[in-house]
Design a protein around this ligand. Structure first.
Ligand SMILES: Cc1cc2nc3c(=O)[nH]c(=O)nc-3n(C[C@H](O)[C@H](O)[C@H](O)COP(=O)(O)OP(=O)(O)OC[C@H]3O[C@@H](n4cnc5c(N)ncnc54)[C@H](O)[C@@H]3O)c2cc1C
Length: 286
């Protein structure tokens, strides 16, 4: 069995690697120093990704994406993993959960996200609900035909740049074989909706320029038009998204590890001690 890449897959790897080297690496020092991505650089990366045909490459062609397979998209993420996370954010990969958009949600959210006109973020995690996402306490209640949201989300990547956020909240409790679990609904919430605040999150030890944000919902009123997927079908929608994300987070980490390895290898082949390259010493060569 041949596990090698096809010519087309290799071309994808080469294209994205060269993009990262030419369009991301040159800005890394500035982001590291300032802790922010200058808006003109963000726009430039986004435009060049669009020009390259790689913006929203994780979306099918029928909605305007590049229609990459899971494997091809994992290869893209692996190459992007070599570069700074804050800058790579603008090599847009909207959440593919947006494929669950129906009716006019497609024109309001899905298509603008694929075209790079609107940016999204996705909010599951809460201060009291991380791995145990169904333990969430952020809740939506039915009031006068609308939904009213209350609660807090944290660690939300990209919410500082997002035009809208895909938010998972609880509407009640189900009895499951593993005990009571929250029933979940998904909403599309526009930045600026009354009762919805986005504020700075915590300082990360690394990932300068990348921000995790805190979202607060205080009697935030939403109509049925803002529900993504089936009412109370949020857990199924969330799981579908999570499976894909586990792979892409892993491949991105491989890209990051490869870049670290390249640095270490170069250093070991240049640095001399006791009259020879340190890479020649057995321990370092291991
Ligand atoms: C860089 C970054 C970006 C993120 N972006 C987003 C985002 O955009 N949107 C979003 O919603 N969330 C985001 N998150 C949050 C992320 O989903 C959570 O960090 C994750 O779900 C883990 O939750 P926690 O940090 O509260 O850890 P906890 O759940 O408190 O886990 C702490 C430790 O306990 C272990 N643990 C927990 N449960 C078990 C168990 N059953 N068995 C064994 N060990 C267990 C965990 O493995 C971990 O080592 C992001 C996090 C990071 C680091």
């Amino acid at each position: 069995m041949n596990f090698g890449l096809t010519d087309e897959q290799q071309m994808i790897v080469d294209t994205v690697r060269s993009f990262v080297e030419n369009e991301i690496y040159p800005h890394e020092d500035a982001v590291e120093r300032s802790g922010t991505v200058p808006p003109d650089i963000a726009e430039q990366i986004k435009q060049k990704t669009l020009d390259l045909g790689f913006y929203a490459c994780n979306f099918p062609q029928e909605v305007g994406g590049a229609g990459l397979s899971h494997l091809e998209f994992a290869l893209v993420e692996r190459e992007l993993g070599r570069g700074c996370m804050a800058l790579n954010h603008f090599f847009g990969r909207p959440q593919n959960i947006l494929m669950a958009c129906e009716g006019d949600q497609k024109e309001r959210y899905l298509l603008p996200a694929v075209r790079g006109e609107k940016m999204d973020a996705l909010a599951m995690t809460e201060p009291g609900a991380g791995s145990d996402v169904r333990g969430m306490s952020c809740a939506a209640e039915r009031k006068g035909g609308d939904w009213v949201l209350n609660g807090t989300k944290h660690f939300i990547s990209g919410a500082d740049h997002a035009d809208f956020v895909i938010v998972f909240v609880a509407t009640g409790v189900d009895d499951t074989p593993r005990g009571p679990k929250k029933r979940i609904i998904t909403f599309l919430v526009d930045r600026g909706t009354p009762g919805f605040t986005i504020r700075d999150g915590y300082k990360s030890v690394s990932h300068r320029g990348y921000k995790n944000m805190i979202l607060e919902f205080d009697d935030c009123r939403l109509s049925n038009d803002q529900v993504l997927g089936a009412v109370d079908g949020g857990f199924a929608v969330m799981n579908e998204w999570l499976y894909a994300t586990r792979i892409t987070v892993a491949t991105m980490s491989v890209g990051r590890a490869r870049r670290c390895f390249d640095y270490a290898l170069n250093y070991a082949s240049e640095r001399e001690q006791f009259g020879q390259k340190i890479g020649k010493y057995q321990g370092v060569s291991f």
